[in-house]
Design a protein around this ligand. Sequence first.
Ligand SMILES: NC(=O)c1ccc[n+]([C@@H]2O[C@H](COP(=O)([O-])OP(=O)(O)OC[C@H]3O[C@@H](n4cnc5c(N)ncnc54)[C@H](OP(=O)(O)O)[C@@H]3O)[C@@H](O)[C@H]2O)c1
Length: 297
Amino acid sequence: MQALFAPKWSSDVRLDGKTAIVTGANTGIGKETATDLASRGAKVIMACRDMAKGEQAARDILRAVKGAKVVARQLDLADTKSICQFAENIYDTEKTLHYLVNNAGVAICPYATTADGYEMQFGVNHLGHFFLTFLLLDLLKHSAPSRVINVSSAAHAMGKIQFDDLSGEKDYHPVRAYAQSKLANVLFSRELAKRMEAFGVGVYSVDPGAVNTEITRHIRRPFVDVIKTFSFLIKTPADGALTVIYCVVNPESQMVNGGYYNDWLAWRLYFPLQWPLYCSRINCFWQVFTADRPSHQ
Ligand SMILES: NC(=O)c1ccc[n+]([C@@H]2O[C@H](COP(=O)([O-])OP(=O)(O)OC[C@H]3O[C@@H](n4cnc5c(N)ncnc54)[C@H](OP(=O)(O)O)[C@@H]3O)[C@@H](O)[C@H]2O)c1
């Protein structure tokens, strides 16, 4: 509804000479983001799970944007081997990386696990992007000023991190698992922002709002029919991409590092009681995944 009445943000900032990676760029918010960044002159690497869909989307963008520099590359965020191969390929082919848009996502799906045995939504939406970002950090630092944008959701507010059941085996609920993964996106953004500030790498999380995309693919009827009936009230994918694009192009002086953005506004997060606990636990998590172990170990 908001999308119908709020004045739309726009910017004519050019990104010539910049390189961006957009995950999940074959459809929805990711494809619109890739199209916009390409139209500003950036080289866009479209990181897609399904190469047939990725190459088709790249062809669509090449047709729509004169002189677009876009390329589709394979990335399955549910498989650490694929993430490693993707990152290796980036280091082999790219000298710089200015924007990493961690957009891909799976929502409210039946229970499934990643190749490494994590619950799928937590594994793809958070862990896969966490690992990808970690692998690309050197290039982002080398290319500074650079940015990481993690696409989260308002659903993060319902999230709780189940540290004792990250594989989700004990008590799986698809909505809870989605909310947990989106909360992890926000927490990760905050922590990464702190760690990267000195290196000139800005980090933001984004709630795109309610957007008419394929994200409902796992939601069962009749709920999905209700959503489709009222789809005229929700954002188009192009409008859903606007806050992501805002976080790419808006001048650094106007950005809140680590901020959570919705409709081009940075919001304060509102879970003060859980916050210190989550931060300390996420820190442990970071150490486990990056072998950045505290000195007492
Ligand atoms: N739409 C909304 O209302 C809404 C609201 C809040 C937040 N979001 C967030 O916005 C982001 C984009 O979603 P969307 O609405 O554009 O949904 P979408 O149309 O379903 O697009 C999701 C993208 O993620 C990709 N993806 C899924 N699993 C993957 C994996 N294992 N490895 C690599 N890519 C994978 C999909 O690839 P395939 O096509 O091959 O499956 C697709 O390109 C998500 O993070 C979502 O949580 C959306």
